[in-house]
Write a protein that binds this ligand. Structure first.
Ligand SMILES: [Zn+2]
Length: 300
């Protein structure tokens, strides 16, 4: 059995997986706002899962919205400031009396989908997360590729390629740069794109609902958004050439998104008919904790 914990800004969700990926038990609690209480809550989640399953000493992985500094072993997490610069993996390992692995949540998403999700069986997987922000992760033969700076897969903060006037004027990104992929492909980016194209101020879910109901303006916006995603992913395909791209996050529910991107990828990638599979995530919000459990490969 392996335990995976999704440490988020508002909640801690944890799952115990059997060797086949089946769920043995799960638990959930509110994320405390200080370091010592967060450590205690993580240890408490492990104890609860072991009590529920009768297992002991299971390997533990943690997914969080941040990175682990490859040199220092400390956490960088702007949304969880009480963890920032803390050696969370070492401290939790000392508390639990066993090694602990920690990874970025987008990397855990990609890993979960690569092992037994929508990209199961694919050797090289790019996980693309489209939500409040745009993140990503790379998995090669069942292992996360973290990168020298723990930045591998951060495609949300490169410029959107092949801009057209229909994309709207380049916007300042949360990272401080101008015209990043995230400024067009995130939920706020989709809303801004719709305002630019139609003059209507709607949220991303409203635009999706209107498109499903047959609204032409909403369909035009989703078409442009899918085109922008195809352009952004063409850069990923030319650089990494993954076997599969798994699209997750709230915007993965946009109607027809993966099919529209698949149809356009060949216009922008160097191969005119790329074999890359573009698929919607299987596990959705569970991928953080499932991927965290997968930080310990089966053979360990
Ligand atoms: Zn940016």
């Amino acid at each position: 059995m392996r335990i995976g914990i999704d440490l988020g800004g508002t909640k801690i969700a944890a799952v115990a997986l059997d060797p086949g990926g089946g769920e043995c038990a799960r638990t959930r609690t509110t994320t405390p706002r200080d370091y010592e209480s967060t450590l205690a809550a993580l240890a408490g989640a492990v104890a609860e899962l072991e009590h529920a399953t009768g297992a002991t000493g299971a390997p533990v992985g943690v997914s969080l919205p941040g990175i682990v500094d490859p040199a220092e072993g400390t956490v960088r997490a702007v949304n969880l400031p009480w963890l920032d610069h803390r050696p969370l993996a070492d401290d939790l390992a000392a508390t639990l009396g066993r090694p602990v692995r920690i990874a970025n949540d987008a990397n855990c998403f990609a890993l979960s989908e690569a092992v037994d999700g929508a990209a199961a069986g694919a050797a090289v997987v790019f996980g693309a997360v489209l939500g409040t922000g745009v993140g990503g992760g790379i998995v090669v033969r069942g292992l996360i590729l973290p990168g020298a700076n723990a930045l591998a897969g951060e495609w949300g903060h490169v410029p959107l390629p092949w801009r057209t006037p229909a994309d709207g004027p380049p916007q300042v990104c949360a990272c401080g740069r101008i015209g990043c992929v995230e400024t067009v492909l995130s939920g706020a980016g989709l809303a801004r794109l719709h305002a630019h194209l139609s003059g209507q101020r709607l949220t991303a879910p409203d635009i999706a609902a209107r498109a499903v109901a047959g609204d032409t303006a909403a369909r035009v916006t989703l078409d442009r958004h899918a085109d922008a995603l195809a352009r952004a992913l063409a850069g990923v395909v030319n650089l990494l050439d993954p076997d599969a791209v798994v699209v997750g996050g709230g915007l993965s529910a946009l109607p027809g998104l993966c099919a529209a991107v698949s149809a356009r990828l060949g216009r922008y990638a160097l191969a005119p008919a790329p074999r890359t599979r573009i698929v919607t995530a299987r596990f959705g919000g569970e991928s953080g904790m499932r991927g965290a459990a997968r930080l310990w490969p089966q053979e360990s």
